[in-house]
Design a protein around this ligand. Sequence first.
Ligand code: GLU
Length: 324
Amino acid sequence: MTVALPAHIQSLIETGQRRRREGYRGRFAPSPTGALHRGNLRTALLSWLEARLSGGAWLLRHDDLDTPRNRPGAIEAIEADLLWLGLHWDGPALRQSRRRGLYGSVLSALRRAGLLYPCRCSRRLLADVSAPHGRWPVYPGWCRQRAPVWGPEQGRLPSWRLRLPPGPLGWQERYGPPGRCDAATDVGDVVLRRADGFLAYHLATAVDELTLGISDVLRGADLWPATAAQVGVMAALGFAPPRYGHVPLWCDEAGRRLSKRSADEGLEGLRARGLDAPGVIGALAASAGLVAAGARISAAELCEELTLERFQQLLRRAALAAKT
Ligand code: GLU
């Protein structure tokens, strides 16, 4: 069934589609749950570089919908860090929290089209029964057949899930094999509105990629599994996804993912070790194999030194090395 979107949203998406066709439009989308750590900073640099080497635009979007997790001052700190590194974004920085009306209207349109259903499975039940049988937990669709009662039951509101039609979901990957998942066995029905009333990240992100006309998403490899869900939401709305590039995460010496909680992993720590902006850019770029270790280079100079082809070749190599 096609989703009848309100005219102003349809026109926003059409403008987005046109912008996407006109050229590269990338984005960096941090969650303001703390200061960026060096892994986030490296992803920001790579995403900025790919956009600038493509002669395209680079947007900054704060994924701040999950308000209890936001840290006061984090948005300002993220922006100050990016500017200090010379990673300038185009246009005003966006905040998902200011776009709730847009996401809510899309959600209502999906609901009117009969593509959503209320789910009352408790977290406990989900944790017990949808135990990972593949690469990650997949919701088996228990509430699909229940009467669609949207109000509270026993004092609890349902979450709202998107009924994903069975079949393959695919997308282009720049630094790895093409993305391919099966909607029923690898993804499952995606939660678009959480039981606590929050609009879900997958909904907001899918709507943003379309309305902002994002042609290319470069982000951390931890978000690869999220891609199928987002591609599924875009498909339900009747649109193709952007191209994706998932880049390796930067881990600590013990191979653990970095956390925003430890401040020494961020710019503050790097500065305390005496690094200035060219020192930090050099360290971030060297860790991705773009320059030799110990290089000092500004973001703008790095852009002049590289070509898009060389950059992508080096990143493919880094992605491959991370897998082996
Ligand atoms: N805001 C999320 C994060 O920082 C998602 C980012 C994205 O989709 O690129 O993990």
